[in-house]
Design a protein around this ligand. Sequence first.
Ligand code: NDP
Length: 305
Amino acid sequence: MTADHSHTQNSAQVIDGKSFAQKLRGQVAEQVTSIKSKYSLTPGLAVVLVGQDPASQVYVRNKGKQTRDAGMEAFDFHLPANASHDQVVRQVQDLNGDDRVNGILVQLPLPPQVDESAIINIIDPAKDVDGFHVVNAGRLATGLPAMIPCTPLGCLTMLKETLGDLSGRRALILGRSNIVGKPMASLLVKESCTVTVAHSRTKNLKEECRRADILIAAVGKPEMVRGDWIQKGATVIDVGINRIDVPGGKSRLVGDVCFPEAVKVAGAITPVPGGVGPMTIACLLSNTVTAACLQNKISVPQPTG
Ligand code: NDP
């Protein structure tokens, strides 16, 4: 798969996350067909949504649709916004014991009365397709096979497809969350990058960013990374999804990187939307197939494409 190589003068290659995601979804669908025909097994993904957060509802709908489009079973469980912690625990425990369910995803954020970390850690690690359970986080950090969080996995896939071997490259990850920054750091260390993790206490952030061959922004601050924070020719992966108001009472999505400035300096860059977002869901589907195979002690079919 080649990304969009159409450079204009002084303009970065735009890494087409939609097209990478489409390719990966196609491979997942092929794997599902093969598992169904060889083993009469249909992988299943259960998504638990607590409350009515509009952005979460959109994500959950998309996940369900894409799961079904790939030939898998999708199970959606909606609990009310005032559901108790114990209700959510019981829901997850039910799914842990349900053989039709190979992957469990609890949509975050959860309402304040529900202890998010406790819920994540009662998911059966074998069904933890988000890779947030402490067992999977520990396995990834220590270099053991693990369920890898979908967003960093999508970023890594695009980096490798764009750059090839990542060994020896200097990577800076802006953000140290458990769902993006930290697993991303583990993955890039494993690829033999020289990794720096920056956060809100980092000194001389702009200078740190300017040294990076690979810059991954996961801060949640609209357009914080400016063009002059980027080394000429660097590869920029923008994880941020921020909704900002624009004149006329409308809003639009922007990343953590100021794209119009960055595209003039970077060698390659992911857009928002259409970059990391689509790959995240495609990686979730791929993790579900992997989980189904491991649980049934069958090998994961190798994609042909
Ligand atoms: P968190 O809020 O959990 O983490 C943000 C990180 O950014 C923290 O480590 C924080 O530092 C750091 N940070 C905040 N402000 C600054 C600053 N001014 N300077 C330097 N560092 C700063 O966010 P997430 O990791 O969950 O998400 C990051 C972004 O990625 C969000 O926009 C989110 O919407 C998006 N996202 C996109 C996904 C996708 O599918 N594309 C999936 C997941 C997230 P500290 O630790 O010191 O507080």
